[in-house]
Design a protein around this ligand. Structure first.
Ligand SMILES: Cc1cc2nc3c(=O)[nH]c(=O)nc-3n(C[C@H](O)[C@H](O)[C@H](O)COP(=O)(O)OP(=O)(O)OC[C@H]3O[C@@H](n4cnc5c(N)ncnc54)[C@H](O)[C@@H]3O)c2cc1C
Length: 333
């Protein structure tokens, strides 16, 4: 029986484990993949937009030679912090559901059938393993992916990217710089205004030069081996484009089915769970949400910078202390 069981070993789940350990509460973190699995699956050459000190956890400095960390530096950092605090975690343990047994007892069941017991449970499951599927024929073919990993695999091939937000723009630029013929397809008329402001002139100038190709006001209708088909939303005209690979980078959302199985009440439109804005306790007493999992479809509004703070407020509430006030969610636009 643990005082606190945390589902998810991302930066916010680790921050919750640290706060529990600092407060003398026994804790267990169950993580379905490796430690900080989401970051491990980020594009290999990515660099965080946050400065390193803004993604630190547990008060441990994150020294790097530059200003913003890359993926590898972040993986090293979070691993070292977890070891420093001697966090108690079990990896490759996917939680199937959380069941409230009585006032002070939850049972937490994993896919493999193991059951853990805890007085309080914190859900810190993020959003990154649930891509938004478009529902077009061919989306499940082998040359189609909802994740972008690294550019070298694609050099001297035709890659079609669906989406026009940060991930799509970053992938398009990186691929173009690795001798990939890139076409970006988006149903809107331009790149999204949320794209990092320093990337906008870069991508727009490459489009003007004809080095990155675009099909705006265009809907993907189907994917076949070596080809995609798009329909212009204004003229209705359909055309086929060569596509050795298709990257559907249209975002991710928290796993609503899992959250409902755990007893959370989700808004039917935004999928934001009902929770107390001060304590982060859900409508199930003793069950908390921490980090980006609470953002519903607005995953761009809760990130490490603000999500890491939830941990302290939650553990203050569990420990019966005055509750740390979390900064308002920042709209990064
Ligand atoms: C390319 C990219 C760049 C980014 N750059 C920044 C940045 O510069 N600054 C910033 O603040 N944020 C950034 N973000 C966002 C940030 O990474 C996320 O907001 C952050 O990871 C959220 O942390 P978390 O702990 O809430 O969730 P996650 O890091 O997603 O961790 C959730 C964990 O829960 C695990 N899990 C899920 N379901 C289960 C289950 N059923 N059982 C057990 N484990 C489960 C997952 O495997 C995962 O490890 C970026 C995101 C992306 C995609």
């Amino acid at each position: 029986m643990y005082d606190v069981l945390i589902v998810g070993g991302g930066p916010c789940g680790l921050a919750a484990g640290i706060e529990a350990a600092k407060s003398g509460l026994s804790h267990l973190i169950l993580e379905k993949g490796s430690l900080t699995e989401s970051i491990r699956r980020y594009p290999k050459m990515m660099r965080f937009f946050s400065t390193a000190e803004n993604i630190e956890i547990g008060g441990i400095p994150f020294p790097i030679s530059g200003v913003k960390a890359n993926r590898n530096e972040a993986l090293q950092y979070y691993r070292k912090v977890a070891a420093y605090y001697k966090l108690n975690f079990k990896l490759f343990q996917e939680v199937q559901q959380v069941v409230k047994k009585n006032d002070n007892l939850f049972s937490v069941e994993t896919i493999s059938g193991t059951v853990y017991q805890a007085k309080k449970v914190i859900l810190a499951t993020g959003y990154f393993d649930r891509p938004r599927w478009l529902g077009v024929p061919g989306e499940d073919l082998a040359h189609v992916s909802h994740y972008y990993d690294e550019p070298f695999r694609y050099s001297f091939t035709n890659v079609v990217i669906i989406g026009a937000a940060n991930s799509a723009v970053e992938a398009a630029l990186e691929l173009y710089r690795h001798d990939v013929h890139v076409t970006v397809i988006h149903r809107g008329e331009d790149f999204k205004p949320t794209v990092k402001y320093w990337l906008i002139p870069d991508v727009k100038n490459r489009v003007k030069e004809g080095k990155i190709h675009t099909a705006f006001n265009a809907c993907l209708t189907r994917i076949e081996e070596g080809r995609v088909y798009v329909r212009n939303t204004q003229t209705g005209e359909e055309q086929g484009l060569p596509a050795d690979f298709v990257l559907i980078l249209t975002g991710y959302t928290p796993d609503a089915d899992f959250l409902r199985r755990c007893g959370l009440e989700l808004d039917p439109v935004t999928q934001i769970p009902a929770y107390d804005k001060t304590t982060f306790e859900s409508t199930v007493p003793g069950l908390y949400v921490c980090g980006t999992v609470m953002a519903g479809i607005y995953t761009e509004k809760v990130f490490i910078e603000n999500g890491r703070e939830h941990a302290q407020a939650i553990i203050d509430h569990i420990a019966g202390r005055e509750i740390h006030k979390v900064k308002e969610l920042i709209d990064r636009i």
